[in-house]
Design a protein around this ligand. Structure first.
Ligand code: COA
Ligand code: AMP
Length: 634
């Protein structure tokens, strides 16, 4: 690949996208190489590398064995929960993925079929993903912190041929049994006969013996025939990953095979500066996009070693856990969420525990998932003495929209900014009328179409929702849902969402989904859930409810009920713990609840009450409650 500075590379990507991306595609092993980069025949739906044929699992595994890296570590499993470390070479991981592909095939999975994966952070989660890709099937991984109802919604939408799961996940405070949740979800989705494959783990109550017909991973693997990678079109789907939308029903982001492989491969070298033999540790979960791109596919496509960590930044056993993992596995690049850094800082402000470890292998720390606040940035930079790089992206984009491309050019780092747009992302900041704003002025961050390879192709079986959710608000552009500004040097500052999505400990959640759950309670007439600023988790949800007339229920009893309901229907990960009963909610004359104004008041920010408000008196009544509520819950 021609090496050049960031500016030249970016310019080339937007002025000559065909050449730029076909050249990047040269890093991938194709059965039939593409001769064309972009298919715009169905605009605004775009497809990358039409005519290209490949297999993503081959590129992530077999290819490296063929190139002589069979004995190199591909994946290191480190469980702080169990005190276990396990290493898998490229040759071993290839064999496991090939055999599990055989298991899936013998259970009826073929090209294009969906496989739902509901697993904790164990190597089998990555193996199941790679095996699905090997068959040309489509995986949909569901985060283990989601409750059966959320799992059911995803199963209903994806229609899997098989569900792959494990006995359960291990949280510091408890063990979470997955099998009853999977059974309940299949019932709720009305597909109780779906075949289920279970990786058994010790210490869980439920086993396959409790669920007639469910199959044991190890027994099936013992009998499995390895399967060779199946060719797929570049434009065929590799995975569906559901993410919170502004309504209760999650959006199934569809990622293709070709664009994904090309884009991720490019990012490893140019953004993360990771190549064959380097060790990359992404401390996230395979249930999130960050886990898909940088625990599983990215590092493996680049021939690097990936670390799969089952544990927390603190409490497993202490705030030195991250430094221990860096030392034990000679990690070169760490990628984590700011909330994890804040948790470590809270427990060990002067990083005393760091002194006990050799972290000299670490070259760079990357952060994403939420804004990297200046304090955390300064702290991490000081204690680790390596560049700390914020980068901004979304489930939909699959890789960074803005970053500081360390492998391409080490641009100056500015606290609070994820730096500059990456190739192919034609970033603009627009006001509500669609006009570009001046540098320094905040507006809607949008991306000109087409988006680059590796971004979402559409929403699963729902082109219409894709277009209406993302492409209609600003002509010819994809609306990111984030607001922000650019400074005079072109650095982007991402300030927050313009919709009802909140970010709790790096987890993206929909306040609309929580409101739907709360609204089911017989005492509740209406409600609003808003995300309040939180020093550890970035944001945390807080619910305001209006009771039906004539209902008399103590606030603490109702709060307990509602917290339990959200936990049951969405999951513990929502972290919904605060409820306040109010007389009325502020609304516009068209009935829209003024959540943003409520949040600004509660967070002590400046606010303007829209002129369309129905009854300004409601705001006056609420001011005290919102401020007091914040002090009590903060
Ligand atoms: N399965 C089941 N439950 C889960 C879960 C999982 N995979 N992950 C979290 N939960 C549960 C927790 O047990 C907790 O339940 P509780 O209310 O009964 O205690 C709840 O969900 C909230 O968990 P969490 O968000 O992890 O909060 P915490 O207070 O336990 O820990 C942090 C705080 C900051 C240490 C933790 O949130 C963290 O490590 N964040 C990093 C997140 C991250 O990497 N995100 C990826 C985006 S890049
Ligand atoms: P998710 O789809 O879960 O990755 O969440 C994406 C959203 O998280 C984005 O739209 C942003 O609101 C937020 N986000 C992710 N990374 C950053 C970042 N580096 N800076 C600011 N916000 C971020």
């Amino acid at each position: 690949m021609v090496t050049s500075s960031y500016r030249d590379t970016y310019q080339r990507s937007v002025e000559q996208p065909e050449e730029f991306w076909l050249e990047a595609a040269g890093q991938i092993d194709w059965s039939t190489p593409p001769v064309k980069a972009l298919d715009a025949s169905r605009a605004p739906l775009f497809r990358w590398f039409p005519g290209g044929v490949l297999n993503t699992c081959h590129n992530a595994l077999d290819r490296h064995v063929a190139e002589g890296r069979g004995q190199q570590d591909a994946l290191i499993y480190d469980s702080a929960m169990l005190g276990v470390q396990q290493r898998f070479s490229y040759a071993e991981l290839t064999d496991l993925a090939a055999r599990f592909a055989g298991v899936l095939r013998s259970n009826g999975v073929g090209k294009g079929d969906r496989v739902v994966i509901y697993m904790p952070m164990i190597p089998e989660a990555a193996i199941a993903m790679l095996a699905t890709a090997r068959l040309g099937a489509v995986h949909s991984v569901v985060f283990g912190g989601f409750a059966p109802k959320e799992l059911a919604a995803r199963i209903r939408d994806a229609g899997p041929a098989v569900v792959v799961t494990a006995s359960g996940g291990i949280e510091p405070s408890r063990r979470i049994e997955y099998l009853p949740s999977v059974a309940e979800a299949l019932e709720l989705a009305d597909v109780p006969e779906t075949p289920v494959l279970v990786k058994a783990r010790e210490g869980f109550a439920a086993t396959t013996a409790d669920y007639p017909g469910w199959l044991d991973w190890d027994i099936q693997m013992g009998r499995a025939e390895p399967v060779a990678p199946v060719d797929v079109e570049a434009t065929d789907p590799l995975y569906i990953l559901y993410t919170s939308g502004t309504t209760g029903s999650p959006k199934g982001v569809v990622r293709d095979n070709g664009g994904h492989a090309v884009a991720l491969r490019w990012t490893l070298e140019n953004i993360y500066d990771v190549g064959p033999g380097d060790v990359m540790w992404t401390a996230s979960d395979v249930g999130w996009v960050v886990g898909h791109s940088y625990i599983v596919y990215g590092p493996l496509l680049a021939g690097a070693t990936t670390v799969l960590y089952e544990g927390k930044p603190v409490g497993t056993p202490d705030a030195g856990a991250f430094w221990r993992v860096i030392q034990d596995h000679r990690v070169n690049v760490l990628f984590t969420a700011p909330t994890a850094l804040r948790a470590i800082r809270k427990a060990d402000p002067e990083a005393e525990l760091l002194k006990g470890y050799d972290v000299s292998s670490l070259r760079t720390l990357f952060a994403a998932g939420e804004r990297l606040d200046s304090d955390t940035f300064q702290w991490a930079s000081r204690i680790l003495d390596v560049p700390v790089v914020d980068h901004w992206w979304q489930t939909e984009t699959g890789w960074a929209i803005c970053a500081n491309p360390r492998g391409l050019e080490q641009l100056p780092i500015k606290a609070g900014s994820p730096s500059v747009p990456m190739p192919g992302f034609k970033l603009q900041i627009l006001d509500g009328a669609g006009e570009e704003v001046e540098p320094g002025t905040e507006g809607n961050i949008v991306l000109g179409l087409p988006l680059p390879p590796g971004t979402l192709a559409t929403l699963w079986r729902n082109d219409e929702r894709y277009v209406s959710s993302y492409l209609q608000a600003f002509d010819g552009c994809y609306a990111t849902g984030d607001s922000g500004y650019r400074d005079g040097d072109g650095y982007v500052f991402v300030m927050g969402r313009t919709d009802d999505i909140i970010n709790v400990a790096g987890h993206r959640l929909s306040t609309g989904a929580m409101e739907q759950v709360i609204g089911q309670h017989p005492a509740v007439a209406e409600c609003a859930v808003i995300g309040l600023a939180d020093p550890l988790k970035g944001q945390r949800p807080s619910g305001y409810v209006v009771l039906k007339s004539g209902v008399d229920v103590p606030e603490d009893v109702l709060a307990k009920d509602l917290v339990a309901l959200v936990r049951r229907d969405i999951g513990a990960v929502a972290d919904f713990k605060h409820v306040t009963v109010v007389d009325a909610l502020p609304k516009t004359r068209s009935g829209k609840i003024l959540r943003k104004t409520m949040r600004q008041i509660a967070d002590g920010e400046e606010y303007t009450v829209p002129s369309t408000i129905e009854d300004p008196g409601v705001i006056d009544q609420l001011i005290g409650t919102l401020r007091v509520g914040r002090e009590q819950t903060g």
